[in-house]
Design a protein around this ligand. Structure first.
Ligand SMILES: [Mn+2]
Length: 407
């Protein structure tokens, strides 16, 4: 049998104001070409098709069109990720009726409730898939015995995995079956990209990798960095996202996974790199240094810091003129005095800090733009004092000061 494992499209993602639709379309075209050549028996999408619970109609249309195109090549199973809405997945499934070519799995089900999906493969083989969409820690979990509702996340996931394992093994035919597990899950040992939703990759949402059911291949979604997982008994991978979703993924090579296996045999697993998504680049340097980088940047999405001797009020236009093909998402200007030096902590901190010291602390972490930090702090203090002391403040008198604070 042959399987293609894809994941984490995040359609509808807008990065610092820049829509990523074109990146998704370009990588989809690569995925489709690979699928046409590979001729898989099954395509498994391990979740986060959409960026949000309520995707726009355009993004729904795009996602469905892409999945339908893939389903012309092989049956497609899509697991609900933590960014996806289970209710929307149920609606899709309802609209598709009995279409066995495109299956949306909103939640895990017990084997007797259709929790295990079988697909015919080449040479009379059969793929048995145990799908485990994202399990939330919130609310009452009907899959579990009520006595387990309050237990740790990893223990809950264990229950799901044992139940699905039972389903995979019941009626298992070693001469023709290849077992596959698919889950939208953060498992121990995974290296994150820092661009996944932080809460959902915290320890509170971590499952034990060793609890993965014993299958020929375990397909994981959720973590955006493509990677093989350090398991001994089961071959397991995160397919990762096809495009770098956020700056935490800067420089990652994206890919999809191809799996070929015979019943009872070890799988052969390979990856195909995807290059369609525009790169993300963080650039920092003087005008002379940045100009040298301009050639390599191409059409990347860039966050640029222009380093100068003093405040550079035209930083944005200088940078824009250098990088004509790139999408400039953010321009910062750094120069001596743009940040305050932190004051030594004398340990005798008052219970409630006053606004000036809070603002001072802020200016040690965030650079000012257009005026040096000392003068911004001075103006801030002057405005604050005026507001606190005067019975009525003439805004007009403070106008110049406020102008400085605005830049
Ligand atoms: Mn996810």
């Amino acid at each position: 049998m042959k399987l293609i494992h894809i994941s984490d499209w995040h359609l509808g993602k807008v990065l610092q104001g820049e829509p990523r639709r074109i990146d998704s379309i370009r990588t989809f075209e690569e995925i489709r070409e690979v699928a046409r050549d590979y001729m898989p028996d099954l395509i498994l999408h391990t979740g986060d098709v959409f960026e949000t619970y309520r995707p726009s109609y355009e993004d729904i249309q795009l996602g469905i069109d892409m999945l339908r195109e893939l389903s012309d090549l092989a049956p497609v199973v899509v697991l609900c990720g933590n960014h996806d809405s289970p209710a929307l997945f149920r609606l899709f499934q309802k609209l598709l009726g009995g279409d066995r070519r495109l299956i949306f799995v909103d939640q895990a089900r017990r084997p007797e409730d259709g929790g295990i999906l079988d697909f015919p493969a080449k040479d009379g083989d059969r793929i048995r898939l145990a799908p485990l969409p994202f399990v939330s820690n919130r609310g009452v979990d009907r899959f579990l015995d009520p006595s387990l509702w309050m237990s740790r996340y990893s223990d809950k996931i264990d229950v799901y995995e044992r139940e699905l394992e039972r389903g995979l093994l019941s009626g298992f035919d070693e001469r023709r079956d290849v077992l596959i597990f698919g889950a939208h899950l953060y498992v121990s040992g995974a290296i994150t990209s820092r661009s996944e939703r932080p809460l959902h990759i915290s320890d509170a949402y971590m499952a034990k990798l060793e609890s993965t059911p014993p299958v020929t291949y375990a397909a994981f979604g959720h973590i955006h960095r493509p990677q093989k997982l350090p398991t001994r008994r089961t071959l397991a991978r995160y397919a990762g996202s096809p495009i770098p979703i956020d700056f935490g993924e800067e420089g990652e090579t994206k890919s999809i996974v191809l799996v070929e296996a015979r019943p009872g045999g070890a799988p052969s697993v390979s990856t195909v790199d995807l290059s369609g998504g525009r790169a993300l680049r963080t650039l920092r340097g003087s005008a002379a240094e940045l100009v040298m980088l301009a050639d390599q940047v191409d059409d990347a999405l860039c966050n640029v810091t222009l380093v100068s001797d003093g405040p550079e009020p035209n930083a944005s236009s200088i940078v824009a003129a250098m990088f004509t093909r790139a999408a400039i998402l953010r321009v910062a200007n750094e120069y001596p005095g743009a940040r305050l030096r932190p004051i030594e902590d004398d340990g005798d901190r008052e219970a409630e800090e006053d606004l000036t010291s809070m603002f001072r602390a802020f200016l040690t972490e965030s650079a000012t733009t257009g005026a040096d930090a000392e003068s911004v702090l001075e103006v801030f203090t002057r405005v604050l004092t005026a507001l606190e002391s005067a019975e009525s403040v003439e805004i007009a008198e403070l106008k110049d000061d406020i102008e400085v604070l605005r830049v």
